[in-house]
Design a protein around this ligand. Sequence first.
Ligand SMILES: C[S@@+](CC[C@H](N)C(=O)[O-])C[C@H]1O[C@@H](n2cnc3c(N)ncnc32)[C@H](O)[C@@H]1O
Length: 325
Amino acid sequence: MEFGAGTGKLAAGLLNALATLDAAFETYSIVELSGELRERQRETIEAQAPALANRVRWLDALPEHFEGVVVGNEVLDAMPVRLFVRADHGADAVAHDSRESAPALIGHTINGHTLNDHGTHGAAWYERGVTVAADGRFTFADRPLASPADAALLAGIDADGGYVAETHEAALAFTRTVCSMLTRGAAFFIDYGFPRHEYYHAQRAQGTLMCHYRHRAHGDPFLYPGLTDITAHVEFTGIAEAGVEAGADLLGYTSQARFLMNAGITDALAEIDPQDIEHFLPAANAVQKLLSEAEMGELFKVIAFSRGISETLTAFSRGDRSHTL
Ligand SMILES: C[S@@+](CC[C@H](N)C(=O)[O-])C[C@H]1O[C@@H](n2cnc3c(N)ncnc32)[C@H](O)[C@@H]1O
């Protein structure tokens, strides 16, 4: 069962790999919210894995129980996050009283001082909400924290000055749902992110929210609503806790490079004749991109949960970082 299959490229690749390995499977189910992407997935799979296309199903609702393997590549990062902001103590402060009249924007400075909820100087946290401005556009509107749980989490951030942080309730709920549904098998999530202590680090003061429109990165989530892809890095400690809370075992957590090397990606590359430039070069480039620390090898992580199975995985045999979560 694959969540958020995007273009369907990973699905086609997995189907072909399952066929090569002669691995028995009944169906390849895809859970996709976007009707347009479902169509794209169907086309990709029919073009790239035609012999297995009839085993693919698109699900409208999750089954109560599932036995098998769950995969989600770059799905957790697409789930909605909540934003929190703390103004700087110093000259770049955002004045609290500006929040009533005009919603504060990241980097906006007024009068060089900060008043917190109690009307005294000092940095207070605000939840960064959304409102519609007079010109009809979406804009940020900061409001005092309403939940003690949010306040407790944010109070734990060991950093001075201005800070933007995200929390990931939707991704946590999603992980709990998947791990509760799983009766026997494993669930793999691949995404960019860090454990909690790195995520809420003093040096990551700008948060991780990122937007993409037509392959261009930008920082404005209100640009082209519905067309801009909005993502945030994944906080993997929370994901691990959510899966375990739902009754699953943490199977492993490591970098994408380590996971793929343990799983034998270099042996797979060695099977291609280097003289066969047409096949070898694109494969070598792809492997380099997946493994390189400067590209996807280190920032991307793999976390996996299991339930009802006792096997360990070769892919986590070396360099498992579960203890860092
Ligand atoms: C960046 S794409 C994933 C790429 C794809 N998995 C691949 O490996 O090529 C993000 C996907 O997540 C899907 N998505 C976002 N939120 C989702 C949710 N709550 N449940 C299921 N899919 C979701 C999107 O529709 C899209 O297919």
